[in-house]
Write a protein that binds this ligand. Structure first.
Ligand SMILES: Nc1ncnc2c1ncn2[C@@H]1O[C@H](COP(=O)(O)OP(=O)(O)OP(=O)(O)O)[C@@H](O)[C@H]1O
Length: 486
């Protein structure tokens, strides 16, 4: 196939085989200047793999790569960078023990010589100011001290910085997955403005509204192949969902209000002058934690988890807890273990036979949750890192639900999970809540709060509003997020 003079990228017949898994089954894909392509597909459809090929981080098993008309042989990240292609990966790639400025230097060989740290700091700060005004990040901050949302902001801003290499195409793989809606809006507005000036962009997201609102063209992948490709105006949510191969389902069905008099199993008394609101969760409730990212929601979940069924500085927890960590790379997965072991690790007591862990029971547990969460893998004995990002997240969910914990603390747990699975997980949560489990659920996706019985809105480390189920709207959450406690 010949390349149109205007194509920046032309991939033809790209395949990628990981052992027995065919991640890409002959994909043709093009990008033209000044367009935003929305790339969607179920977890494990092959989106990240395709982007890894395009960014030069994975050599394809077969197929051809042409960039600006040039056939690429031995294509690498360095070549991609020199040709103006950058990628913001789903699993953040910043060095945790370096500062924000030092991480910027890693990508820019031009920032050498005397005063490089100051110049790197100025470069990244200017870009952060441009994309995320009011970001609150300093160039001297060490990355491991930043919240996952702020790390995502640094990673995105760094990809947009330019020194000696040009920037023609930016690949954003779920760039808003850890950002609250306000910050995500800042990024998407910046991206649209850059596209209007001629930059090309590939946006991967499971938030279909984000794709429909921002893409010029949409490409849908399914099982390693492109199954739909056309102008965004030809798609709506239903068409996207069915192209992805998910059964069409209406959004969440209405939830049964829990007993308002159920036994209280978590109570967190506010510190300070008494203006903040107390957090209470009863048996069988799904309680949402909302507000701008980094305003104390994760801290509260960790404090409740650390209280371990006891009392600790104003926190009372009367039953056992499990935590689904928000940062799977850092706090969630056991990278040397299999998928089944990663799930079973939350239920070790139940799986113990004498001094040993029963492999048979571990395998059975893994199989049950593979089916329930639709984890896409040829074998649950494979290493957890062979799973796509969304499928890793499903395994973490399975770990908490498979455990006997009575309270499940969820720190933005649906990061990267596809729409079909999300709807099933929502049903699962309700079913578990009806059986008496309690869920405390921090989410950066305001739409998800509709699944909650009540929502607490956080600001500056305190709860500033409590919304009953009939009051939960995006507008109300955003309004409360910007209001101080009365
Ligand atoms: N290093 C690897 N080893 C083995 N299998 C892999 C590896 N990387 C990816 N895969 C498999 O390739 C397939 C495609 O994965 P990929 O990460 O591209 O999916 P994705 O569409 O980006 O999914 P998600 O939405 O969950 O991020 C999956 O079945 C995954 O398990």
């Amino acid at each position: 196939m010949t390349q149109k003079p205007s194509d920046i990228v032309r991939l033809d017949g790209v395949t990628m085989q990981f052992g027995t898994v065919c991640a890409l089954a002959g994909v043709d894909f093009t990008v033209t200047p000044g367009e935003c392509i929305g790339l969607v597909g179920h977890n494990g459809a092959g989106k990240s793999t395709l982007m890894n090929v395009l960014a030069g981080t994975l050599p394809p098993t077969s197929g051809s790569i042409r960039i600006s008309g040039q056939q690429q042989i031995g294509y690498t990240v360095t070549a991609a960078n020199a040709l103006g292609i950058r990628c913001v990966f789903q699993e953040l790639s910043l060095c945790a023990n370096l500062t924000v400025a030092e991480n910027t230097r890693v990508n820019h060989g031009a920032l050498r010589g005397l005063g490089w740290r100051r110049r790197a700091g100025a470069l990244i700060t200017a870009k952060l100011d441009e994309i995320f005004p009011g970001h609150g990040i300093a160039a001297g901050d060490v990355v491991e001290d930043l919240s996952i949302g702020r790390r995502q902001m640094v990673e995105v801003a760094r990809a947009f910085t330019v020194t000696d290499a040009p920037l023609h195409l930016i690949i954003l793989d779920e760039p808003t997955s850890s950002l609250d809606s306000h910050t995500a809006g800042q990024l998407l507005a910046y991206m649209r403005a850059a596209v209007a000036k001629g930059l090309s962009c590939i946006l991967i997201s499971h938030m279909l509204g984000e794709i429909l609102d921002n893409a010029d063209r949409i490409v849908v992948m399914r099982d390693g192949a492109v199954v739909a490709n056309g102008p965004a105006r030809e798609f709506d949510r239903d068409r996207l969902v069915s192209a992805m191969g998910a059964e069409h389902r209406q959004g969440s069905t209405s939830i049964q209000a829990p007993s308002a008099h159920g036994e209280v199993c978590v109570r967190v008394r506010p510190a300070g002058d008494g203006s903040a609101i107390e957090l209470l969760a009863r048996r069988g409730e799904i309680v949402g934690l909302a507000g701008l990212a980094g305003h104390g929601q994760t801290r509260m979940l960790i404090d409740i988890f650390a209280a371990k069924g006891g009392h600790s500085s104003g926190i009372e927890v009367t039953v056992s807890t499990a935590l689904i960590a928000g940062d799977r790379q850092r706090d969630g997965i056991f990278p040397l273990s299999s998928i089944a072991r990663n799930i079973a690790i939350g239920s070790m007591r139940a799986l113990r036979r004498g001094f040993l862990i029963s492999r048979k029971h571990e395998d059975e547990l893994g199989e049950t949750w593979r089916k329930r969460m639709r984890i896409r893998t040829p074998a649950m004995t494979d290493n957890i890192l062979t799973l796509s990002g969304g499928n890793q997240q499903k395994a973490l969910f399975a770990r908490a639900l498979a455990s006997d914990a009575r309270i499940v603390l969820m720190d933005d747990p649906m990061r990267g999970v596809d729409i079909a699975t999300k709807l099933e997980v929502y049903d699962l949560l309700r079913e578990e809540a009806r059986k008496g489990r309690t869920f405390l659920w921090y989410t950066t996706e305001t739409e998800e709060l509709e699944n909650c019985d009540r929502v607490y809105v956080f600001r500056n480390g305190s709860i500033v509003a409590e919304l009953a189920s009939h009051e939960i709207t995006e507008e109300k959450v955003i309004q409360s997020s910007f209001t101080e406690a009365a």
